[in-house]
Structure formats: C-alpha cells, structure tokens
Write a protein that binds this ligand. Structure first.
Ligand code: GDP
Length: 326
C-alpha cells in the first residue's frame, strides 16, 4: 500500500486529491494547521480514513515530525495562502507560507530521506498566477514568468526551489502550473463561487444583487476534480518534470455571469450586478490561457468538465445548499 502526505488537506484541492488517493488504495495523511481549524470537521466527515497530522509549513521541525509519522512515498504540497487579493494585504505572511513554506517541506523531505532521496516523489502546486503579465499567449512551461502579485512572486520562488531540488539533489520533484480550477468546494472569496452562491441566493429571493470587481478580466477555468488527477499522474512518471494544467480556453467574468444567471432563468443580469473598486486588483493579470499540450502528450491528461458544465454544477450545488439552510 502506497502512502501519501498532503499539505493543505483542508483546501479544495486537498479534499479532491484525498478522495482520489483513497479510491486508489493509498494510505493518506493530511497536514492540518492551527489550534482550532474550522475546516477540520469537514475533512473528518468527508475523508474518515485520512489520518490528520498537526503541523505548519512555516515550522520545519513540525514537518520533519509529520514525515517521520507518515513515511510517505508521495508528498503533495498544496498548502498555501492562496487568495491573490489577500496577498497584497499580507505580502510578508504570504511569502513565508506560500514561498518559504515550500522550501521548508522540500528541505524536510531531503533531511528525512537521508541517502534515499530518490524514493520520495514530490509535487509542488505551482500556479498560472506566476505568468501574471503574460509574455506570450497561450502560456506554456517555457513561458517567461512575470508575477503580478505577492502571491505570484511567492509561487515563483517555490516553483524554482522545486526545480532546484530536482536538479541539485536528484529529487523526484515535479511542479504543476495549474490554471484556475474551481468546484462547489471553492472558497466563496474566489469569483466563480462568489457568483454561484450569489446567483443561487438571488434565484431563491434571499439576496437582491451582487457587488463585483473587474468584469473584463478573463481566466482559463477548469474543474478541480480533473486537475488533481494530473497531480497524481505527474508523480507516476519515471522522470519528474513541470506541466501546465489548463483547459486551453479563456472566458471573461461577463461570460461567467451569463452562464450562471441563465441557469436560473435570468438573462438580463445587468440590473442585479454592481461594480465596486474595492474588488479591483492593484494589478491585474489579463489574458491567462494555458497550453496543456505537454500534459496531454506525456501524461495522457485531458480535462473532462467544460466551462458551462462547471458553472452550472456550482450553481446547482449552491441552490441545494441555500435551500437546505432555508
Ligand atoms: P485568481 O485568479 O486566483 O485571482 O482568482 P479569483 O477568482 O479571485 O479572481 C479571478 C478574476 O476575477 C480576477 O481577475 C478578479 O479581478 C476578477 N474579479 C472580478 N470581480 C471579482 C470579485 O468580486 N471577487 C473576486 N475574487 N474576483 C473578482
């Protein structure tokens, strides 16, 4: 039985990956942070067989302890401060957790494995936000990185550290440059879930309007459940490498609103949407669209859920949730 350690098990991707690895027969360990983590109960209910360990990416000795207990064959570093807008308010903390946290888990892995570093396979959750002010369209593995937020800068540090541990120590360390990926489990601070939740509430008469930021921004949005498959596939390859994971399609916030409102029978959503500069970014990444050719060719990976299906799935889930709250 293979063993895996997931940092960030309480996040959207951690939960989908936990489910995937449990279904493949892995013994799964999840690293949980904090004294009173509110998401702990959700993970316990969803993934009862996953063993939870307490530790923090900013605390090297806690990571060494987690590795000693879990003795993983595969490590998935999904833990991070992941909300771009928040990263401007907390740039230093984001750097410590999202950036240096990745170095800590890489270094803990190296120290833990001693002479047998080749045994452990490591996945780093890199991000399309690293492309920022995009230098070519679509973005691929070789595209020059130009991050436009403290979050993006921290992810670039973690990405190159992962490559450096691979090149310097021969570690089987892969990095997935994942474009935005969403699901009903996405946090409500992200735009897709903010919209699906608000549209469900408006349809049920619980809310009058939604206040948004930049409606012209566009993203390459995929389904998180598809994207965790790509993470696992990367660690099954003989050679560690870096892969762009994306749909190759881009959609604007306008289109997101179109599909979400249309699903509840509202075609003219303009009177229901206000814009507020409070939701605008100091710098925007405008044309994020990834080229997933390498992942398709080498990993045999393709996204299964398209944009409309993703948005309607999220609206349906929020309708059900809002109805259950009555
Ligand atoms: P990100 O790509 O990781 O920053 O994911 P988000 O879901 O937070 O944001 C995606 C895009 O939606 C960004 O370009 C935002 O500027 C834009 N956007 C427009 N209105 C909003 C809003 O009300 N909330 C959020 N989070 N993003 C918004």
């Amino acid at each position: 039985m293979k063993r895996a350690l997931i940092t960030g098990i309480t996040g959207q991707d951690g939960m989908y990956l936990g489910e995937l690895l449990v279904s493949k027969g892995y013994e799964v360990y999840g690293l949980v942070r904090g004294q009173n983590n509110p998401k702990l109960e959700i993970v316990r209910a969803l993934l009862p067989s996953v063993k939870l360990l307490f530790g923090d990416l900013t605390d090297l000795s806690s990571l060494l302890r987690a590795l000693d207990v879990s003795r993983p064959d595969e490590i998935y570093n999904l833990g991070a401060i992941s909300f771009v807008a928040y990263s401007w308010e907390n740039a230093s903390l984001t750097t410590d957790v999202t950036g240096k946290g990745a170095l800590n888990i890489l270094e803990a892995t190296r120290l833990h494995s001693g002479d047998d570093l080749g045994r452990i396979r490591f996945y780093q959750a890199s991000s399309s936000e690293m492309f920022g002010k995009v230098q070519e369209v679509p973005q691929k593995e070789s595209t020059l990185l130009w991050p436009r937020s403290p979050y993006g800068v921290a992810k670039v540090f973690a990405h190159y550290m992962t490559i450096n541990y691979r090149e310097s120590y021969g570690m089987h360390a892969s990095s997935g440059l994942l474009f935005n990926h969403e699901s009903p489990r996405r946090g409500p601070e992200f735009v897709t879930r903010k919209v699906s939740q608000a549209v469900a509430r408006i349809a049920l008469g619980k809310q009058d309007k939604i206040v948004m930021g930049n409606l012209d921004a566009s993203r390459d949005w995929g389904f998180a459940g598809d994207y965790v498959e790509a993470m696992w596939l990367m660690l099954q390859q003989d050679q560690a490498d870096d892969y762009v994971i994306s749909t190759g399609e881009t959609h604007t916030i306008h289109e997101l609103l179109d599909v979400a409102f249309h699903h509840v029978g509202i075609d003219d959503w303009r009177p229901l949407v206000e814009q507020d500069p409070a939701f605008m970014r100091p710098a925007e990444v405008d044309l994020l669209v990834g080229d997933p050719t390498k992942a398709a060719t080498v990993l045999g990976w393709k996204p299964k859920v398209g944009f409309e299906q993703l948005v309607t799935m999220m609206v349906e889930s929020d309708l059900a949730e809002q109805k259950s709250l009555a």
